[in-house]
Design a protein around this ligand. Sequence first.
Ligand SMILES: O=C(O)CCC(=O)C(=O)O
Ligand SMILES: [Fe+2]
Length: 301
Amino acid sequence: MLSNLNSELINEFDRALFILNTKINPNNPQIEDINIVENIISNSKVLQKFKQHLLEQLYDGEGYFYCDLNSITKAVDEAKLINFLILCCVGQPIWLFKDAPLWFELQVKPEVDPIRTHGTGKNPLHTDLLVFEYLPDVISFHCIRKDPQGGGDTLLCDMTKILNFLSVEEIDLLSLNIYKYWKDEGIDVLGNSMSSFSIIKDRIIRYTSKMKKHLYAHSADVLTHEGLSYVEKLIALFEKLDLLIDNNMEEIKLEAGHLMLFNQLRFTHGRGELGSNQQDISKVERRLISQSYVHRKAVFL
Ligand SMILES: O=C(O)CCC(=O)C(=O)O
Ligand SMILES: [Fe+2]
């Protein structure tokens, strides 16, 4: 499942680093830096071929691209530059917040709610930013450090496989525009946030297992008025989906230097529980994943 980077490609990435190292700040690439990278790609047949392969893999093939950057470099800063180059091969990297770096650090914070970002528990499978009109096509996880306690697997589930197990009635339910969810504040680069949405629409899946507990407790928070008439059926359907996801997801142990990109219009993702006693591990040794987003086409910038 780890893609093998051939020696020709490794050499080409290595050559690209000569330029990238002097021109781009690995910790904070800027939107203008895309031009530098696009020049490098357009001047290299090898990178153009790689770009084509990457797009096929993400959009028509398995839906993800998983490689080990250690075969190119063991330096974290250089790995970040290669990650940036790869994002630019996919399309338009997304700076979600003004004045914040492209990279969003998924750190481990024992004090936060275990199921949430930075938490230490299982983060149930979900689509990120699912209420936004232009939800990012692709997510990149660059593992800087794995959990020293052996937990924190990356969980991925191909939802198109899950849909094969559903009845026509269940697909119809998921296709209704009756679902609501909270939006992440401070984001204005993904189009409108929708007051209601369909879980399945135009081959895009907007699903979060985190909706289930609200269906039980406060269904009006996550369903429109029309949706409330289906609440019993939806609870049963969400239970079924969670079971199917549990049985069909992949649990991937990212190691330092591993890079995973996946098509989040098709895959939900999550995090396995971290190992115990995270509070006893120093902050600079805990698991650290650098997350970023990219659109295949620059639809909004
Ligand atoms: O920590 C992780 O690996 C994933 C976290 C995540 O997907 C999220 O918080 O949205
Ligand atoms: Fe997420």
